[in-house]
Design a binder for this molecule. Structure first.
Ligand code: PGA
Length: 250
């Protein structure tokens, strides 16, 4: 049985002070929730303060990106062991915003995944088609390529997949339950082909405009093991409602 994972992707939001205030307000809200794993991924600059205030809360800490080299002359980059050192358990790789704005390829993303798992970080690998790709009927080709190239050499015990249709991210437009189940089922089958029975350890999250109103429907879909939440994770009140939408069902 997979423990559901509800992850907050704060993107480029919140100062250190705002991070501290969020955690002080939010952590008492989740103290009785033990059937859902909760993760917060703040910007790099807030990792240390988040680690300090998350201590003892059971809430996990993650980063939104990582570089694949161990150390050296890579100005502006952050290594996997630096994230471990900051208290991270998780790192998100291959987010569509990184693919789109920073030209990350499946090969780069796979290198990041391997380097992160090597130091014991669990990886949330994001995949998903653009609107154009969906309209051209290429959704499953895109997922096949992104998943197969992304997971090459991956360790299933430290792997989470997030299906995030690009057209649903930050748009207020979510995929329908049928579209979500179809994509998640497809990814689950691919994982079974690669990892056999160990595929059952891998959680598949949905991401893209998840909010307090639609969380119950989305999190109730058969092959959905949790959510990667952007905008609605920035306020404790809306994030807790999403977590409770999953927690309440178990
Ligand atoms: P959103 O972002 O919830 O704001 O759509 C999700 C994501 O990009 O991970």
């Amino acid at each position: 049985m997979r423990t559901p994972l509800i992850a907050a992707n704060w993107k480029m939001n919140k100062t250190t002070e705002e991070t501290r205030d969020f955690i002080i307000q939010f952590s008492p809200m989740v103290k009785d929730i033990n059937n859902v794993e909760i993760l917060i991924a703040p910007p790099f600059t807030s990792l240390a303060v988040a680690a300090k205030y998350l201590k003892g809360t059971g809430i996990k800490l993650g980063a939104q990106n990582v570089f694949y080299e161990r150390s050296g002359a890579y100005t502006g980059e952050i290594s996997p062991s630096m994230l471990k050192d900051c208290g991270c358990d998780y790192v998100i790789v291959g987010h569509s915003e990184r693919r789109q704005y920073f030209h990350e390829t499946d090969a780069i993303i796979n290198k990041k995944l391997s380097a992160a798992q090597e130091v014991g970080l669990s990886v949330i690998l994001c995949v998903g088609e653009s609107l154009e790709q969906r309209e051209e009927g290429k959704t499953f080709d895109v997922l096949k390529t992104q998943v197969s190239r992304g997971i090459e050499g991956a360790q299933p015990a430290m792997l989470v997949i997030a299906y995030e249709p690009v057209w649903a991210i930050g748009t207020g437009r979510t995929a329908t339950p049928e579209q979500i189940q179809e994509a998640h089922g497809f990814i689950r089958n691919m994982l079974r082909e690669t990892f056999k029975e160990r595929a059952d350890e891998i959680r598949i999250l949905y991401g893209g405009s998840v909010n307090a109103e639609n969380a119950h429907t989305i999190l109730n879909i058969e092959d959905v093991d949790g959510a990667l939440v952007g905008g609605a994770s920035l306020k404790p009140d809306s994030f807790i409602k999403i977590i409770k939408a999953k927690g309440a069902m178990k």
